[in-house]
Design a protein around this ligand. Structure first.
Ligand SMILES: Cc1cc2nc3c(=O)[nH]c(=O)nc-3n(C[C@H](O)[C@H](O)[C@H](O)COP(=O)(O)O)c2cc1C
Length: 188
């Protein structure tokens, strides 16, 4: 079983991106399991909080990093805020990026749901940020849902069979992307 850590970059209750991530957990192919890792309790990154206690990171940060470390791959759903990624996902990334980082060299994929631009500016920024830790983000296919509100119900659950099919195809490609990565690094 391939273990994927799923992270939504939105903190709000009725987030479309969290709904998109929940849909992905249901639509994942056999053999790929996506566990949602919440980031809402992470403090704002402050280097003074490093090495401040008995362990290097605050406990909530350490737990988050341990989840990432135990995953084979990462799936991010990110909103677009002011043509870039949300502060929440950047904050989570900053905590996770501190070396030795559980992000280093991991295969990953991004999806997004949002306003008019379909989150593609945010996704491009995220690819740039993620290259810092050599994260191997799947280049294609892409999922960026523009004006996505009508595809989700009032609990922000996906209710659109065409998009569900897109997500299934995306996750099958992601499954292959992860396996190709694993075969390259451990061909035995
Ligand atoms: C501060 C802020 C900035 C935003 N900037 C953009 C933007 O640059 N491009 C865009 O397409 N949508 C933008 N939006 C709309 C959000 O992408 C949209 O509300 C989305 O649903 C938020 O994600 P969520 O539903 O997962 O919380 C912005 C929303 C907020 C609150």
């Amino acid at each position: 079983m391939i273990k994927v850590a799923g992270i939504s970059g939105s903190l709000r209750n009725r987030s479309l991106n969290s709904g998109l991530l929940r849909a992905a957990t249901r639509l994942a192919p056999k053999g790929l399991s996506i566990e949602i890792i919440p980031i809402i309790d992470l403090p704002m990154f402050n280097q003074d909080l490093e090495n401040s206690g008995q362990t290097r990171f605050p406990e909530v940060v350490q737990i988050f990093r341990d989840h990432l470390a135990s995953a084979d791959a990462l799936l991010f759903t990110i909103p677009e805020n002011n043509w870039s990624v949300s502060a929440a996902i950047k904050n989570a990334f900053d905590w996770a990026s501190r070396g030795p980082s559980p992000l280093d060299g991991k295969p990953a994929a991004i999806m997004g749901a949002g306003g008019r631009g379909g989150t593609f500016k945010a996704q491009l920024h995220f690819r740039q940020i993620a290259s810092h830790n050599d994260i191997r983000i799947m280049p294609v296919p892409e999922i960026g849902l523009s004006n996505a509100e009508s595809s989700f119900n009032e609990s922000s659950d996906l209710e659109d069979s065409a998009i569900a099919e897109q997500i299934q195809a995306f996750l099958s490609a992601f499954d292959k992307w992860i396996q190709d990565h694993q075969n390259k690094h451990d061909p035995t």
